[in-house]
Design a protein around this ligand. Structure first.
Ligand code: SF4
Length: 420
């Protein structure tokens, strides 16, 4: 989401002035730090980064802070770091030219509606198309700061989404990544009949775009994975067979405390349905350990879900209390050492599972969409089920979907040769 937001910022800046990107800090006229606030660590790094940029930048260069931490801290950022010239919230990207032009401007209104705003065109890589389908989130998970930084959920009208994807296909992309905090809650708030469209119907509309061959999306919510959606996922050949199903915890009682709206049983049932309808699909997840009140039994429930589902990818974190969240006020916080031990156990077991999955890929063939040139004459891409591939090759492979045979496996990626 932040990568796409950064592209929108560049596109909007370019409407007023032609900027070019630089890796050289001393060359920059404008430095924007696009922030995340989901966990505590990146927020605490922000002020040291501002200090480093301020020390080494050109005297005339401006520094701006954008994204979720900008939404959450607002003018406090300028108070703590007066070298910051402007603050731009995650929901206020269309106002970027206004804030760049005004010393110490702060735009952080989380109710601001950019949902039908036509952002300028900019993509860092023409073969990788990311397209937002919704903004914000109307859930209230007790650990999560996102509703306080990105505001209520608003869906972008489907015809605008289709137009944007068409533009990216015309520019060379064969694959699109649909983005939203809760993609499969899409369309819940449309009030007119003309706009009415749920996520499954949106996928069907997007599939009709000529030249588009692959559709990915992130993140869906387990609660909204109804049978209709899972049938579409399994049967639509353009939908990549990779799905993120964020668990957070395997304990039904903790899921209740987290206000996730589903139980361990529902989660397992949805994953079983995915494996049943679509055995080739890969499932990834997010897990938080050490949520307030997490007992040994609760944690064993999480380990049990890991054993049963055998997630291909796992994004796992120790719980960190965030401002504006209910769980930060719970009085049964878990000791850091206990959470660390649990995280180590979870990640070690997942590593074993992942090694088994990746080892079994040797000599297998996959259709890979190549989208990036790498160093030493290599090109990278992803298989339909989301595995990262590297092959020796040149830019001629970019934007193409070709068959690759695996000849080397590792935990994070596969290497192979293009089949004749
Ligand atoms: S669904 Fe929950 S975890 Fe996801 S963004 Fe919304 S509040 Fe946060």
């Amino acid at each position: 989401m932040n990568v796409r937001d950064s592209e929108h910022m560049i596109a909007e800046l370019n409407r007023e002035e032609p900027y070019t990107l630089t890796e050289e800090l001393r060359e920059a006229d404008l430095i924007i730090i696009n922030t995340c606030s989901v966990r505590e660590k990146p927020v605490s790094r922000l002020f040291s980064e501002i200090g480093i940029f301020n020390k080494h930048k050109k005297k005339s260069a401006k520094i701006g802070v954008a994204g979720c931490t900008a939404s959450h801290l607002g003018k406090e950022i300028i108070k703590r770091a007066p070298s910051v010239d402007f603050v731009l919230g995650a929901r206020n990207i269309s106002k970027i030219n206004e804030v760049v032009a005004k010393k110490h401007a702060v735009e952080i209104d989380i109710n601001y509606d950019d949902s039908s705003y036509a952002f300028g065109e900019y993509r860092t890589n023409p073969f990788k198309a990311m397209v937002n389908i919704s903004m914000g989130c109307d859930k209230s998970c007790t650990f999560c700061i996102v509703p306080a930084t990105r505001g209520d959920e608003v869906s972008i009208p489907s015809e605008l989404i289709v137009q944007e994807i068409q533009k990216s296909v015309d520019a060379g992309a064969k694959e699109v990544m649909l983005l939203g905090q809760n993609v499969n809650n899409y369309g819940k708030h449309f009030t007119s009949e003309e706009d009415a469209c749920n996520f499954t119907q949106l996928l069907q509309k997007i599939s009709k775009i000529d030249g588009l061959e692959r559709i990915r999306f992130t993140s869906p919510h387990p609660l909204h994975m109804d049978d209709e959606f899972l049938q579409e996922f399994a049967s639509n050949p353009k939908i990549c067979k990779q799905i993120h199903v964020p668990l957070q915890s395997g304990s039904s009682s903790l899921l209740k405390e987290m206000k996730r709206g589903y139980s361990k049983e529902w989660f397992l049932d949805r994953c079983a349905k995915i494996r049943n309808l679509c055995p080739e699909a890969t499932i990834s997840t997010d897990i938080i350990v050490g949520f307030p009140g997490e007992s040994d039994e609760d944690f064993e429930d999480t380990m049990d879900v890991l054993e049963q589902v055998r997630f291909e990818q796992l994004f796992s974190f120790k719980y960190s209390p965030r401002p504006h969240t209910k769980a930060a006020e719970f009085d049964n916080q878990i000791e850091k050492e206990v959470a660390s031990e649990r995280l180590t156990r979870l990640q070690s077991r997942h590593t074993e599972i992942l090694d088994d999955i990746m080892d079994a890929q040797m000599d297998k063939e996959h259709m890979v969409y190549f989208d990036e040139l790498k160093a030493e004459g290599r090109v990278s891409g992803r298989s339909d089920d989301g595995k990262l591939f590297f092959v020796h090759g040149s830019e001629e492979l970019l934007g193409k979907i070709v068959k690759v045979k695996v000849n080397k496996t590792s935990r994070g990626a596969l290497e192979g040769t293009v089949c004749a």
